[in-house]
Ligand binder design. Structure first.
Ligand code: ADP
Ligand code: MG
Length: 584
């Protein structure tokens, strides 16, 4: 299927008698590259940029200066172009990827506008609004690429390579991690994904792709001025990507094709219809965009895709990693919390709680709603920073480490409200667990060098699904799972991560009685194999039949510890639970 894209390369021949369409084809290829840069940034990483045209501008002006002012080869111009787009992305990304919500898009607008003004005003360097003319044509193997036909071969070839590389990226651990990050940064981080670093890398890749498009643009027109690198242009690319469907590669290509043709067509036709001259195409363009966004909020591609035969990715064939590392002696302390304390404003949510967890046991942390269980749990897993106290994992202090570092040491968690990625398949959700057990970086992923590792990751995920009994749903979207199945999937994801210590936050909540029994027997069989489980719940019935030891919390304090029988008899515990029932 993906080799089909190489058929694009035949298009220039077909269109060769029509120079106008060859020009359009080149513009399509360049727009498609920029739209693909937004696929990386928005579709995969969930960020929005209004500065893609500025990155193009970096690529275009860099090569113009290198070739015209320094008289060097355009290929050095390419290096300079990619380099300067990369540097701009590093600067902009370094400053902004940690920003939340609207601040990232807003700051990209600011940079875009500033750079545009700069390009128009540094007249000595950039030629101001008149621009720089007579850039040399690109040449390959001694052939100057100075016609629309020759240039189209280059742009389409590079576009095809880019599509292939991004397809590879999407189907790698990096692509999965980016999608996970977009869905839920905390959940992604708890499986070893470093959110800030990954977002920055996506930003760098995206900026560099746009820079490449800018370089090609400059040598196609052999002329640069600020206009094509304005905020308006940036918005145009964003519109293409979003209207086509920014969540998929065919979507952004469709958007690029549709809007490249549309704009020109409207420019020619509208004055004919309306009988007078004017910039009506902008209005027409706006109306069509509004219609698309109303009728197809996820873009045009999902509408088209419905009519295409669906591809079955098949089950993984690779050799799975083992689900768990060889264990140490049972009964040894694996996790210890000492005097943990945390307040939120004036509320003391956890007030000096200590406990230890021994290998091969199920320790339950129970207490009425609001007792501070989840907070304690988050302090242990690194999702919250304690005000006081320490946490030790396998004897090593982990207090204050970020979740992705703690995870790497062998601790996996689930969430009180399942944090899954509804648009990914069950298998891909589980495969996120393998993130910190696999290695491929951006480059290997783009070049398709991580396929073997990826097969292994998927096979490991599948093995974990088998372990919890979800294998028959492996290829379904996670959004189709019931609550009980979602909780099992979260456990499978932790198993796929190779974690030895499992922290489960209210795994029984929302389950039917039968599902609770199945969950209990799954957890019991896991500890028999050598896993260690810390389970947080307020469901006494589930805990009493399951836990080896119980720690009871109320109002942030530990009020009892012992076997299920002991704590059940404890008057303090009874009072705490009766108190809750009276309120309820
Ligand atoms: P549990 O899991 O035992 O039901 P939590 O640990 O979720 O209890 O909450 C303990 C107390 O801390 C509650 O009173 C809750 O409202 C409060 N709390 C929890 N998280 C936050 C937060 N992020 N900000 C402010 N208050 C919080
Ligand atoms: Mg809770």
């Amino acid at each position: 299927m993906r080799y089909l894209w190489f058929l694009l390369l035949l298009l220039p021949w077909v269109l060769s008698p029509f120079p106008y369409y060859l020009t359009l084809l080149n513009f399509f290829a360049l727009s498609a590259m920029v739209a693909l840069s937004l696929y990386v940034l928005t579709g995969l990483a969930g960020m929005t940029s209004f500065a893609q045209a500025a990155f193009m501008g970096m690529g275009a002006y860099a090569t113009a200066l290198v070739t015209l002012k320094l008289g060097l080869s355009p290929w050095l111009g390419l290096l300079a172009g990619l380099g300067s787009a990369f540097l701009l992305a590093l600067l902009l990304g370094g400053l902004t990827v940690r920003l939340k919500g609207h601040f990232l898009p807003l700051s990209t607008i600011a940079w875009q506008v500033a750079l545009y003004i700069l390009a128009g005003n540094l007249v000595g360097l950039t030629g101001g609004h008149t621009g720089l003319t007579d850039l040399p044509p690109l040449g390959l193997f001694g052939i100057p690429l100075d016609t629309g036909l020759r240039y189209a071969f280059l742009t389409l070839f590079l576009l095809a390579l880019l599509i292939l590389a991004l397809y590879n990226l999407r189907h790698s651990r990096i692509g999965r991690a980016l999608l996970a990050l977009r869905g839920d940064a905390l959940a992604a981080a708890s499986f070893g994904v470093d959110p800030a670093a990954l977002r920055l890398k996506a930003f760098l890749l995206s900026g560099t792709i746009a820079g490449l498009a800018g370089f090609l643009y400059a040598h196609f027109l052999r002329f640069v001025n600020p206009t094509p690198f304005s905020l308006e242009a940036s918005i145009k690319y964003l519109v293409m990507a979003v209207a086509g469907g920014v969540g998929s590669i065919p979507g952004v290509l469709l958007g690029a094709a549709f809007f490249t043709g549309l704009e020109d067509w409207l420019k020619d036709l509208l004055p004919l219809f309306l009988g007078r001259q004017g910039n009506y195409e902008t209005i027409g363009y706006g109306l069509i965009l509004a219609l698309i966004l109303i009728l197809a909020p996820k873009g045009l591609w999902p509408l088209v895709e419905r009519y295409l035969p669906s591809r079955d990715p098949g089950l993984p064939q690779g050799e799975p990693l083992s689900l768990r590392s060889p264990d140490g002696p049972r009964g040894e302390v694996v996790l210890e919390a000492r005097g943990l304390q945390k307040s939120f404003g004036g509320l003391l949510a956890v007030a000096g709680v200590s406990f230890s967890l021994k290998r091969g046991e199920i320790l339950a942390l129970i207490g009425p709603n609001g007792a501070g269980k989840s907070t304690t749990f988050n302090l242990v897993a690194g999702a919250l920073l304690p005000d006081r106290g320490q946490v030790y994992l396998f004897g090593q202090e982990i207090t204050g480490l970020p979740p992705h570092r703690i995870h790497a040491l062998g601790l996996g968690r689930t969430f009180q409200h399942p944090h899954l990625f509804p648009e990914l398949t069950v298998l891909e959700n589980a495969a996120l667990g393998t993130h910190s057990r696999t290695r491929a970086g951006f480059f290997q992923a783009l070049l398709g060098l991580s396929r073997k590792e990826e097969e292994q990751a998927l096979a490991t995920a599948y093995r974990a699904l088998v372990r919890v009994g979800l294998e028959s749903l492996a290829l379904e979207k996670a959004e189709r799972l019931s609550v009980g199945q979602q909780r099992l999937l979260e456990i499978a994801r932790v198993l796929a991560s190779g974690a030895e210590v499992l922290l489960l936050d209210e795994p029984g909540a929302g389950l039917r009685a039968q599902e609770k029994r199945e969950l209990a027997s799954l957890l019991r069989s896991l500890v028999r194999e050598g896993y260690t489980v810390l389970i947080v719940d307020h469901d006494m019935d589930l805990i009493m039949g399951l836990a080896d030891r119980v720690v009871v919390m109320n109002y942030g304090e530990k009020i009892a510890e012992g076997s299920p029988k002991e704590v059940q008899r404890n008057p303090l515990v009874r009072a705490a639970y009766l108190g809750e029932e009276e309120v309820a």
